[in-house]
Design a protein around this ligand. Sequence first.
Ligand code: MN
Length: 284
Amino acid sequence: VRICRYGKDEVGVVVGDRVHDITSLYEGVRAERLPLGAGDALIECLPELTPLLNEAVGQTASVPVAECNLLSPVAYPSKIIGAPANYHLHIAEANADDQINAGTIVKTIDHYGLFLKAGSSLIGPSQPIILLPGGRRIDHEVELVVVIGRQCRNVDEADAIDVVAGYAIGNDVTFRGPEDRSLRKSVDTFTVLGPWLVTADEIDDPDNLDMMLTVNGDIRQQANTRDLIFGVRKLIAYASSFYTLMAGDLIYTGTPAGVGQITNGDVIYAEIEKIGSFRSTVAQ
Ligand code: MN
């Protein structure tokens, strides 16, 4: 099932190229479930909501996806977790580029652990990425994103997929320089998520998905999640050994090689197998 947020704050199910409005169905489920937990309300409600969707889709109004302003499928994650240096070829390119490595030798994820991005930086595909003034180099980073489905702590790798609500495509936009990642990756609009959440049952193996990103039609990043150093299961186990994960928490799993600068007016296209694709624009 593909669940999106769009328009002002509507909730939809995507079937083919149309979005079916399930806002009132969702609001009913949410009202029955009050009080909600500490996570994102829509993701908290998915276990009750998803069994109702098949019937609902035939009975609600629909509009073409192309006419919807897609928002981030998760509105209020309690945490946006990032995985640094999680593909060997990206680490190699970082070590060959002084603006990315900021004068240090880049090691692998087990050296750095994880980082957090501010929730206020989160946008959907219909909202432009706004550059910082001052000419700092700002890069795209396409990433598979895991959406956590329920509150959990100390999850075993073997059980990790049980706590996943679904997957989406992320762009972990970053300005380069010596500052801490939590600053460089948390600027307003620097966390893109879309086009929708694909529920976990639709993806057999998140560690074997082709992904790509183009800028103005030129291929910049093309990879497969099988090359993750910490795969999806290990990232969930690792993150949950430090943090209680909440419904709606996001794990940006890391970017492959091919990161590069974005500039005013660019059109960024991001695609991941079995999830979908979206376009973002860059403005200043
Ligand atoms: Mn990243």
